[in-house]
Design a protein around this ligand. Structure first.
Ligand SMILES: [Zn+2]
Length: 396
């Protein structure tokens, strides 16, 4: 059996364990056989590959839309979510060839950025070919939405057919709901009833703009006005007088893994309400997309003070200039410099793997796992902080 011994200045094992000058032994399938701490005693160096920097597990990108990759650089920045949604709808007309070509390019970019697994949103079958050929472990969320009560059954049927297409191709897939403001209660219930029969992960865009809350509270705000101007009455979306997440928790299965994406306008009382009703919430942050669309970051400290599970997504190239989990961490590290690297790494790896139910094999540097190994270079080795120049290199 061929194997490699890999070492660097530091190895991040989990959010509270970092090994100095350790050695990881992997076999030629990438399975971890041994992790040894040598401390300052670096005698056993024969055949060891030594790297300058920090070794971390392969990254899990908990939120992406591969099929939107062709929209890179096509949407203006800082238009607010209502402007972004309008722009997306106008760009949905690209040819399948173009969509597939750009998806393949994006898939390669993610691999070279050390991403080993992706929770990917799909509205079409265009990403199947790319996913089948990829080394990345994809879970596809077949995303449904409609506020129109008259077409709920048709939307749900189409979703089941698309889910079936992915699964019959040999890919992991499940149904999901787009966002609180775009899915009426009847469709929510159909989706979560269907989910309760399987392994059950749901991924919902949540509180990406303040006007999402306003829409639920009293039918006002930029998002509501945008839909109104397009002749979309939202007659199937109730007015509840409450924030959007508070308004929809009753439609979700309490024990499903619930990935809430963005959370840019989520407040402490929303977190308290949601965690009272849902047992397995993963708050997924996509900071570069938040800066692109709304120019605002979520209140990450409040989630930390409430001991919440956090994971990381890149969102799509429609609202990001690259698909790199490390680049998302760099934005967070700069805005919240007190958060230590091992904690950030746990968000970028094990938490996303748990959210997607793939933590048996992926997400952490542990014996018998095959998590992939990344090197983070150009890190400040005195305080283990990411810098502007930090880069990720896929080692295994
Ligand atoms: Zn998204």
């Amino acid at each position: 059996m061929m194997y490699r011994k890999i070492s660097a200045h530091y190895i991040v094992i989990d959010k509270s364990t970092t090994i100095k000058n350790g050695i990881i032994t992997v076999d030629n399938n990438g399975e971890i056989l041994e992790i040894k701490s040598l401390g300052n005693d670096m005698q056993e160096t024969a055949g060891v590959e030594f790297y300058s920097g920090v070794l971390v597990p392969g990254f899990v990108n908990a939120h992406c839309h591969l099929e939107l990759s062709h929209m890179k650089d096509k949407i203006s920045k800082k238009t607010g979510l209502e402007g972004f949604i309008s722009a997306i709808q106008n760009l949905r007309t690209a040819s399948k060839d173009e969509i597939v070509k750009k998806s393949q390019k994006a898939d390669k970019e993610m691999i070279s950025n050390g991403i080993v697994a992706v929770g990917d949103i799909a509205n079409t079958s265009h990403s199947i070919e790319t996913k089948l050929k990829s080394a990345i472990n994809y879970h596809t969320f077949v995303e449904l939405f409609t506020s129109n009560l008259n077409i709920v059954n048709d939307v749900f049927e189409a979703g089941l057919n698309l889910e079936d297409l992915f699964i019959k191709s040999g890919l992991s897939a499940s149904l999901t709901a787009h966002a609180p403001y775009s899915v009426n209660p009847k469709l929510f219930n159909l989706i979560t009833e269907h989910l309760s029969k399987s392994n059950s992960v749901i991924s919902i865009h949540n509180q990406e703009c303040e006007s999402e809350n306003e829409l639920y509270i009293n039918r006002s705000g930029a998002l509501y006005e945008m839909f109104k101007s397009k002749g979309i009455a939202l007659q199937g979306i109730p007015t509840t007088g409450k924030s959007s997440i508070v308004s929809i928790t009753e439609f979700l299965n309490p024990n499903d893994n619930t990935i809430l994406v963005h959370n840019t306008y989520t407040k402490q009382e929303d977190i308290e309400f949601a965690t009272k009703h849902l047992n397995n919430i993963y708050w997924c942050f996509c900071p570069n997309a938040n800066l692109y669309i709304e120019n605002k970051l979520p209140d990450i400290e409040t989630f930390r003070s409430k001991k919440q599970k956090i994971c990381i997504g890149t969102d799509s190239l429609a609202s990001n200039s690259q698909l790199s989990v490390l680049d998302e961490l760099k934005v967070i590290s700069e805005a919240f410099p007190n958060i230590e690297l091992p904690e950030l790494i746990s968000w970028a790896s094990i938490n996303g793997a748990e959210a997607l139910n793939i933590n048996k094999l992926l997400g952490s540097l542990e014996i018998n796992k095959r998590p992939g190994i990344n090197l983070i270079e150009n890190i400040n080795l005195n305080n283990l902080k990411l810098t502007d120049e930090s880069r990720v290199k896929k080692i295994v």
